[in-house]
Design a binder for this molecule. Structure first.
Ligand code: ADP
Ligand code: MG
Length: 584
């Protein structure tokens, strides 16, 4: 985080801005570099990394660095891992609040705007605020340099950078101005969540939902907790007590590894529970309601997504011989069906290393999930390529150690396959495993199992570098995240709307950077996709998200290998080969 160029002080910055007042906008270029401030009692350094070309372009990129003494955060608030992540998210929110959440001032274009990437409900690693091992705080933000038309507004710029900015820094990035209880709540909550998640494997559980958790959200587009919701209460037979470092013992429902079925009437909270489990791979901010809902960090929510593309996916565990010339063991299509897309999503998640699949009937292909006795009688096995998931779900756990949590309110076919059956009744879970098993025994023989062959160990794939092309027009590299669920990459647009565990556009940006880095370093036509993911995630683990880009970027957020894989797998130009086809 240190800069070697010679620095100037805030007085000189003010003088410069006065001098260029009324000049053409390009005069702002002289701002580039480092400026040392000692205003409002908070010494800090301002680094101007990039100056916008005109008032209507993307605002200028800047950083402030506050030394450990001036920032004043005690060591325990930034121990590496969940605590530091939480502190950084908290400081980013404060900065954003103090900056008026990006509101602009008078003048043209982005004039007078100061904005920082604003965290949502999840506590993710982020590049907008970094705290290093000594407690030095760096915030990365953008500022719209003020203009009247295309002329420099020197006075307004001095006001923005020499008065408003120091005020924001003093109010947002110093421990002294923070509410200490709030800082503790953020760091402790995140640390407790990480501890709960870590306890899952030892207990033989896929997930844990604490008593009192609030799962529903305000709306489909508002991720904040629903007020007046029925708090979660665990059924006694599934209740466990786990120890947390800060909150002490916490009780709640443990979802055992294996096959878990969530049943219940419509509108009784099944999907809400499953969504909370999907988000349980992330930590949440205090007050979210899901702070103590944690899931196996490798859990992947999979769904049907007809129309998506697939590149050489070995669907053979789930799909047999396909009509015409389609190869089920090397499935390439620009338009997958409901069942083949869901099969592809599962095989791809396994390839990326998942140990837990999350499936909701609302977004699943029925013919992929079940095939009942009567349909077995009517349509001969030879006519049906789909090997239904119901015949694989136990095998997945027993042979590959992969658990499944499945919402299925409309069919009892899975009763006999499930280790645990949870009924949601008016938003409260009830353990109905015994009754479901009794019903399954009474109906034994209604349908015949169609399983053949191993379920895991689908053939691995080697991506071909030429099929991942970031060029667009004359630009060598062009990408843009249009939101969390759409990534423009080169000439392509990657549709991520079915990737339910993407929660932040910053993740999508970071994934774009990761694909580029992968393309530069690891995607060589020899390494398998799994090896490429491994390398990229190791780079991020070692160097943080900054390892992904050549310049300091303030708007990246932490992502998992599964979402990175999901993006690559949905790139329509992607081509792969089998490891045995790699030339010697
Ligand atoms: P299902 O999948 O069983 O049909 P959903 O999970 O979609 O039901 O939930 C139906 C509605 O109930 C949603 O609007 C959801 O926000 C609301 N809801 C879910 N859980 C709770 C709860 N614990 N308290 C209050 N409302 C809830
Ligand atoms: Mg539902």
């Amino acid at each position: 985080m240190t800069e070697s160029c010679d620095t100037r002080d805030a007085g000189r910055l003010e003088a410069l801005l006065e001098r260029i007042d009324g000049s053409g906008y390009r005069a702002y270029r002289d701002l580039r570099g480092a400026w040392d401030f000692d205003r409002a009692g908070t010494p800090f350094r301002l680094l101007v990394d990039h100056v916008q070309a005109d008032p209507f372009a993307a605002p200028s990129r800047m950083r402030v660095q506050v030394d450990p003494d001036a920032a004043g955060f005690p060591g325990h608030t930034f121990t590496p891992g969940p605590r530091r992540r939480a502190l950084c998210n908290y400081l980013a929110l404060r900065f954003s609040d103090e900056a008026g959440d990006g509101r602009r001032g008078p003048g043209s274009g982005t004039s007078g705007r100061i904005a920082i990437d604003r965290p949502g409900q999840q506590v993710l690693e982020r590049t907008c605020v970094l705290v290093d091992d000594e407690g030095r705080v760096e915030a990365r933000f953008v500022a719209g340099l003020p203009a009247a038309g295309r002329r420099v507004l020197g006075g307004a710029a001095a006001d923005l950078l020499c008065r408003r900015l120091p005020g924001i820094v003093a109010a947002a990035l110093r421990c002294e101005s923070c509410d200490r209880d709030e800082v503790d709540a953020w760091t402790r909550t995140a640390e407790d969540a990480a501890a709960l998640r870590q306890a899952l494997a030892g207990g033989g559980w896929s997930a844990f939902v604490a008593d009192g958790a609030v799962l529903p959200r305000r709306s489909g587009v508002d991720d904040r907790p629903l007020s007046g919701a029925v708090p979660f209460r665990s059924p006694p037979s599934l209740r466990v007590e786990l120890e947390t470092p800060n909150a002490g013992p916490v009780t709640g429902m443990a979802v055992p590894e294996g096959v878990t079925l969530i049943v219940g009437g419509g509108f009784h909270g099944k999907s809400t529970l499953l969504s909370a489990l999907a988000r349980g791979v992330y930590d949440h901010r205090p007050g979210d309601g899901r702070e103590r809902v944690v899931t196996d960090p490798t859990a992947v929510a999979v769904r049907a997504e007809d129309g998506r593309s697939t590149a050489g996916v070995d669907l053979s565990p789930f799909i047999g011989d396909l009509p015409f010339d389609h190869d089920n063991a090397f499935f390439c299509t620009g338009h997958a069906s409901g069942s083949t897309s869901q099969a592809a999503a599962i095989v791809e998640a396994l390839e990326a290393g998942t140990r837990c699949l999350l499936i909701d009937e609302d977004t699943a292909a029925t013919n992929f999930m079940i095939r009942d006795g009567r349909m077995q009688q009517l349509v001969a096995r030879e006519q049906e390529p789909v090997r239904p998931f119901i015949d694989r779900v136990r095998q997945l756990h027993e042979e590959a150690g992969v658990s499944t949590v499945l919402v299925m309110g409309g069919s009892g076919d899975y009763f006999g396959e499930a280790d645990t059956v949870i009924a949601m009744e008016r938003y409260e879970p009830v353990d109905v495993t015994g009754r479901a098993h009794a019903i399954a025994r009474a109906h034994k023989g209604d349908r015949t199992r169609e399983t053949t062959g191993p379920v895991a160990g689908a053939a691995s794939r080697v991506p071909l570098p030429d099929s991942i092309d970031p060029r667009r027009g004359r630009r060598e590299v062009s990408w843009k995240a249009m939101g969390p669920f759409e990534l423009r990459f080169g000439e392509e647009s990657i549709d991520l709307s079915a990737v339910a565990q993407l929660v932040d556009v910053g993740q999508t940006r970071a994934i774009a950077e990761a694909i580029l880095r992968g393309r530069e370093r690891y995607i060589d036509g020899r390494r398998s996709l799994a090896q490429i993911l491994e390398r990229l995630m190791a780079d991020v683990a070692a160097g943080g998200l900054d390892a992904l880009s050549s310049r300091p970027s303030g708007d990246l957020a932490g992502f998992r290998r599964f979402e990175l894989a999901a993006a690559l797998n949905r790139l329509r130009t992607l081509r792969v080969r089998r490891p045995e086809e790699v030339p010697a």
